[in-house]
Design a protein around this ligand. Structure first.
Ligand code: HEC
Ligand code: HEC
Length: 300
């Protein structure tokens, strides 16, 4: 195609010489502002490439003259948050419980740190939110075996129960059956007494205490209870935190509310073990988790 540059009669603009089927292309230059913006973008891109991490090569990449990295920035931000948290955790370590309870900011940090610690370390045994299950006490129910004040809870968590720690909470219910202190018939009697007198009351419809066994069993059981059990569990089954003897007159039972569970416990007690956390959690974290446990609903 012959190229012939000429002036367009209508617009007065040069043509490029390109012509298709009689239609000619005008040589309209790009607007100046557009060209400048375009050039600026190219300069900007080169600058950016030089300053920031850009060109990949082989196993690495060009790190940029500023040495910037988004990972370093995140690390820095995390360190800042940690530092702020550390300040609060140091305060939690230093202040007595009474002062922490009055400080909403400290309480917020304590309850958050406590909840995370609980989910990671305690939930596998004690259930979500401290709901408990057979052999692992409910921590939200207010039925404390060893005591539900903040100090008592902290003590339990720090040293554990039958954990082997020198200051662990420790007490043994005697194995009445296994040791021959009580004969199987006597165990049935005392179990009948405990079950009919203390269990089931709070769960109407669940069981009919007193009906499952003849009355004389219960009478004999009452005598056995007074002689063998009341010293730890209390004359009225009220329990004793000093011995970690659970309250029997309750609707919350460590080993469930079946009569068979009582027979088993009197025959050969399970003696639950709770690990001590003093080597694994720092004192401030233990305080935080104690505050969390206390706040679950049963704190004294
Ligand atoms: C390996 C299982 C296990 C783990 C993990 C565990 N516990 Fe326990 N915990 C127990 C058992 C078992 C008992 C009851 C022991 C007994 O007296 O028979 C108990 C008792 C307690 C008690 C005393 C309850 C009362 O009624 O006095 C508290 C408080 C407690 N645990 C808190 C915690 C906290 C907080 C954690 C996590 C830091 C935790 N536990 C982790 C098994 C566990
Ligand atoms: C030296 C104190 C002591 C004496 C005496 C004692 N107990 Fe216990 N009892 C405990 C302790 C401590 C526990 C919890 C320990 C565990 O985890 O096994 C317990 C737990 C129980 C439980 C389980 C409670 C629950 O919530 O599930 C029953 C039932 C029970 N005892 C009944 C008896 C009866 C019946 C006698 C008398 C024949 C008796 N105990 C004598 C200390 C005692």
């Amino acid at each position: 195609m012959p190229t012939k540059i000429e002036k367009d009669a209508v617009t007065g603009t040069d043509t490029t010489g390109h012509e298709w089927d009689g239609i000619k292309e005008l040589n309209t230059p790009l607007p100046k502002w557009w060209v400048y913006v375009w050039l600026a973008c190219i300069v900007w891109a080169f600058g950016y490439m030089l300053l920031y991490p850009s060109v990949p090569y082989g196993v690495g990449y060009f790190h940029g003259l500023l040495g910037y990295s988004s990972r370093a920035e995140v690390t820095h931000e995390v360190a800042e948050v940690d530092a702020r948290r550390d300040i609060y955790m140091k305060k939690i370590a230093a202040e007595p419980f009474a002062a922490i309870l009055k400080n909403p900011q400290l309480m917020q940090v304590a309850e958050t740190a406590g909840a995370i610690t609980f989910a990671e370390n305690c939930q596998p045994c004690h259930g979500q939110g401290g709901s408990g299950r057979i052999g692992y006490p409910a921590l939200a129910a207010g039925a404390w075996i060893w005591g539900g004040t903040l100090d008592a809870i902290r003590q339990t968590i720090t040293h554990g129960i039958r954990s082997g720690d020198a200051a662990a909470r420790d007490s043994q219910m005697p194995p009445f059956g296994k040791s021959g202190m009580l004969q199987p018939a006597q165990i049935e009697q005392v179990a009948s007494f405990v079950w009919s007198k203390f269990y089931g009351h709070a769960t109407p419809g669940h069981a009919t205490p007193g009906h499952a066994t003849p009355g004389q069993n219960v009478t004999a059981g009452a005598k056995l209870f007074a002689a063998n059990c009341a010293v730890c569990h209390g004359a009225n089954g009220e329990g004793n935190p000093a011995f970690g003897a659970p309250r029997l007159a309750s609707h919350v039972h460590l080993y469930g509310d079946l009569r068979a569970a009582i027979v088993r416990q009197v025959t050969d007690p399970r003696l639950g073990v709770m690990p001590n956390w003093n080597g694994r959690l720092d004192p401030a974290t233990i305080k935080a988790v104690a505050i969390y446990v206390h706040s679950l609903g049963g704190g004294e």
